[in-house]
Design a protein around this ligand. Structure first.
Ligand code: FE
Ligand code: ZN
Ligand code: FE
Ligand code: FE
Length: 187
């Protein structure tokens, strides 16, 4: 996977961006570790958020997909601990503002719909935003790990990336019939 920011950037002179905090990432490795801490928090949060989505879903297919992804998510937490381990880093969770927001939105959607196909459609919409965030995150982390020669970490991250992609495709397929049913409630 190529990264679009790989073109050489001439920015040695005073940049106009925000002032970095103390302890800011000194290089790509630090940036990768920061990203791992962020997604570690996100995955742990999802192990609590997905059960709420399962409880609120009515479609058997959706319940099944969410339940199997919950199990994968628990394994992804463990897999991230392995990634930290191979890098010689402590597994530290750092609040992911994006996942905090995405899971809050999922709750808002559930509260603003009646249980049934419409809420199911809403759960899928929220779930796919989560999966896309994860796909973007693991795609980037995997490419960082590869470029840094951290091949074991890269292969672990790639396994999770593939699970996230499959989960996205699976719910996307389920959404076809659910969205149709939900549209039928329109009368
Ligand atoms: Fe995940
Ligand atoms: Zn984040
Ligand atoms: Fe975002
Ligand atoms: Fe996921």
């Amino acid at each position: 996977m190529t990264n679009s920011n790989s073109q050489s950037v001439k920015e040695k002179s005073a940049p106009k961006g925000v002032k970095a905090k103390s302890g800011a990432a000194a290089g790509l490795r630090d940036l990768m570790v920061d990203g791992l801490k962020d997604i570690y928090w996100a995955e742990k949060t999802l192990t609590k958020a997905i059960p709420k989505m399962i409880k609120n879903a009515t479609s058997e297919d959706l319940i099944e997909a969410l339940t199997s992804h919950l199990e994968e998510t628990k394994q992804q937490v463990t897999r991230l601990e392995q990634v930290f381990e191979t890098l010689g880093e402590k597994p530290v969770a750092k609040k992911c503002d994006a996942m905090d927001g995405l899971t809050k939105e999922a709750e808002d959607i559930m509260e603003s719909t009646e249980a049934g196909v419409v809420r199911d459609a809403g759960i899928i919409s929220a779930g796919q935003k989560v999966e896309h965030y994860e796909i973007a995150t693991y795609g980037t982390l995997c490419s960082f790990a590869k470029i840094l020669g951290e091949n074991e970490a890269a292969s672990l991250l790639e396994q999770t990336l593939n699970e996230e992609k499959s989960a996205d495709i699976k719910v996307s397929e389920i959404s076809n019939s659910i969205n149709l049913d939900a549209a039928g409630e329109e009368e």
